[in-house]
Design a protein around this ligand. Structure first.
Ligand code: MEV
Length: 447
């Protein structure tokens, strides 16, 4: 192992790379070439990337694909997706095509409220704190006026603030629970700035309030931070059709397909092992669009998984019903995303993605993202309850295997034709590859 380094962030890019190469790669200069080969040719764009984070040494590419033909609320979208997993974009496009002929996706915004907290400790009289808060609630909100002015002009701002007594769960623990509307921005910086001001106002106002003893005035602010759980920033996306319109698969009747699909969703609703994989598939679609549009996929995932556990047990984010000969499939998910601020006006591919979607509002984007998650889940379940996922997945994965084997373009064309009517597996590809090149299979399986 190498030794720790002090002041790494202060080094120039070249010096950082030199240190990494010497300390970790035994001075191998091809590492420098590799890192340089991933730099952007336009110095201005590279500078942007350098400045997104600390210690940038190069770029990390993900493919940006598009899934066309998404009919959402009667508008057709071509959806940008940044993701490395082979079959995700193909599956989204297939599901979009399927629902295009059946009325498309309908989305509804159920709320857009964001939440933040000042977490603080107060060991004094509970009733005094309550009456203090009631007297000063408006003053506290007003103390953020300079921060909220622009947001208020756009129709957002702080919508509510309450004092929450948490002392039954943790001694002396209280919260200011603050509700926000952040319009077209995700609002994390705005919310955190407001919370920092509110905390300062809280301590100052308590310190000058004569109802408190000197000891009671010793309020300890522990944290001032937004919550990534936004149960009231919620969107619903739905597809539905008569059962007889359901399947295009040969050998499965629409009724049988509907029932198996419904059971697959029920299993994910009651079985956390399955729910985790089921929801992972949903996030294949959601994260890809969240990343392409420059939003925070960790925040979206965190909220989604908390929502999936809201009834005390981890469960499916999607639901299905079969009633009156109608198949209905829907998702309800908290999605706190923005179309202004953050990377949206900086990253060239993020700007492109927003333009590709027709520069949607934050609410429209919530619907688009929810529809992508629902489409992804539909595609996965459709495959799982019929042919299995490996057929489609491995077909897309074939190129990864061939690239690992360093196959030529000619060989790739051969393999695509060869596997047209066969199930792709890693070992089947390697075996055929060895047969073609007349090399022993055993020598390749280590590759
Ligand atoms: C693979 O990335 C995602 C799936 O496993 C999702 C699922 O099982 O529903 C196919």
């Amino acid at each position: 192992m190498h030794t720790p380094i002090k002041g790494f962030s202060k080094l120039s890019r070249d010096a950082k790379i030199e240190w990494i190469v010497n300390e970790i790669f035994d001075g191998n200069q091809s590492v420098v070439e590799l890192l340089n080969s991933y730099l952007h040719q336009d110095a201005k764009v590279q500078k942007l990337h350098n400045e997104f984070i600390e210690n940038t040494i190069t770029n990390y590419y993900l493919p940006l694909g598009v899934a066309p033909n998404f009919l959402i609320n009667d508008t057709v979208y071509t959806i940008p997706m940044a993701i490395e997993e082979s079959s995700v974009v193909a599956a989204a496009a297939k599901a979009a095509q399927f629902w295009l002929k059946r009325g498309g996706f309908k989305t509804t915004i159920l709320g857009t409220e964001k939440i933040g907290h000042v977490h603080f400790m107060y060991s004094g009289d509970r009733e005094k704190l309550r009456s203090f808060f009631n007297d000063n609630r408006v003053n506290l909100i007003n103390s953020t006026d300079d921060i909220t002015a622009n947001m208020r002009a756009r129709g957002g701002g702080i919508t509510d603030i309450t004092l929450v007594d948490k002392t039954a769960e943790l001694e002396d623990y209280y919260q200011l629970d603050v509700r926000f509307q952040t319009c077209d921005s995700m609002g994390a910086n705005f919310i955190n700035s407001c919370l920092e001001r509110l905390a300062e106002s809280l301590t100052n106002t308590i310190a000058s309030d004569t109802r408190f003893s000197e000891e009671e005035k010793q309020v300890q602010i522990v944290m001032r931070i937004l919550s990534n759980y936004t149960p009231q920033c919620l969107v619903r996306a739905e597809v539905s059709c008569p059962i007889e319109d359901l399947t295009e698969e040969e050998g499965v009747s629409p009724q049988e397909f509907a029932e198996k699909f419904y059971r697959a969703v029920r299993i994910a609703e009651i079985e956390p092992y399955r729910a985790t994989t089921h929801n992972k598939g949903i996030f294949n679609g959601i994260d890809a669009v969240v990343i392409a549009t420059g939003n925070d996929f960790r925040a979206v995932e965190a909220a989604g998984h908390t929502h999936a556990s809201k009834n005390g047990k981890y469960s499916s984010l999607t639901h299905c019903s079969i009633k009156d000969n109608t198949f209905r499939f829907w998702i309800e998910i908290p999605l706190s995303v923005g179309v202004v601020g953050g990377l949206t006006s900086l990253h060239p591919m993020v700007k492109f993605s927003h333009k590709l979607l027709g520069n949607p509002s934050a609410e429209e984007l919530m619907g688009i993202i929810a529809a992508s998650g629902l489409a992804q889940n539909f595609a996965a379940l459709r495959a799982l309850v019929t042919s299995g996922i490996q057929k489609g997945h491995m077909k897309m994965h074939l190129f990864n295997i061939l690239n690992q084997l360093e196959a030529t373009d000619e060989e790739k064309t051969f393999f695509v034709n060869y596997f047209k009517d066969k199930v792709v597996s890693h070992s089947a590809v390697v075996r055929k590859f060895c047969e073609m090149r007349q090399i022993p299979y055993e020598s390749m399986i280590k590759k």
